[in-house]
Design a protein around this ligand. Structure first.
Ligand code: VGL
Ligand code: ZN
Length: 202
């Protein structure tokens, strides 16, 4: 059975948001159209406490700098997707009536969570793996923001869990801190056996 996974389609990842993803809002019509073709849709939501250690401001550093956080490399970000804030809400215009379940991530202030499945040290699960297994899902199609972070890590974990994994490239956009991060992410995913496709092929 197939599932469509909507990754972090939240206000803070739009061009005017706190962690702007260029053209992040432009995926909305593509995602809404795809949702019509799936009867099983779930979503993830980046959901940080205010004191989250991925926020540059808590280290007197600039966004984009990299530190070691509890032994793991951590890119520092602007304050974003704070629990219950406007920025953490799904982008207005995203069709939400078909979403069966929302999996929140990044709740632990000490460790970031790019993947919708596990946090970055792979210690805590969001429950998405068991949920999909329980529902008999063996094929996942991933869309959302951002391609070079949460979409990529969600897809890599899905593949590692043994799910047949697809990413709709035109239903994602990248942060691209460094030029070419989008293509690098696509290459990494393909090398891992993930199929990167476009929505018109489906
Ligand atoms: C994301 C950076 C920090 C994402 C979330 O959703 O791709 N990126 N938090
Ligand atoms: Zn985040």
């Amino acid at each position: 059975m197939k599932a469509l996974i909507l990754v972090d389609i939240q206000n803070d990842f739009t061009p005017t948001g706190a962690l702007p993803v260029p053209e992040g809002d432009q995926i909305i019509p593509v995602v809404n159209n795809l949702q019509k073709k799936f009867d099983f849709v779930v979503a993830t939501q980046d959901w940080h406490p205010e004191n989250h250690k991925s926020f540059a401001v808590h280290h007197q550093k600039q966004p984009g700098e990299v530190i070691l956080l509890n032994g793991i490399e951590q890119v520092l970000w602007p304050v974003h997707c704070v629990q219950d804030s406007k920025g953490a809400e799904f982008i207005k215009g995203l069709e939400q009536s078909g979403i069966r379940e929302i999996f929140q991530k990044g709740l632990d202030a000490e460790v970031d969570s790019y993947s919708g499945f596990f946090d970055n040290d792979h210690q805590r699960s969001t429950g998405l793996d068991k949920y999909l297994k329980n529902e008999g899902i063996d094929e996942v199609f991933i869309v959302g923001l951002a391609l070079d972070y949460c979409v990529k890590f969600t897809a890599m974990d899905a593949k590692a869990l043994g799910l047949k994994t697809f990413v709709f490239r035109d239903a994602t956009r990248a942060v691209n801190i460094n030029q070419g991060d989008d293509e690098k992410a696509v290459d990494e995913m393909k090398a891992a056996g993930i199929k990167v496709i476009t929505s018109s092929e489906y």
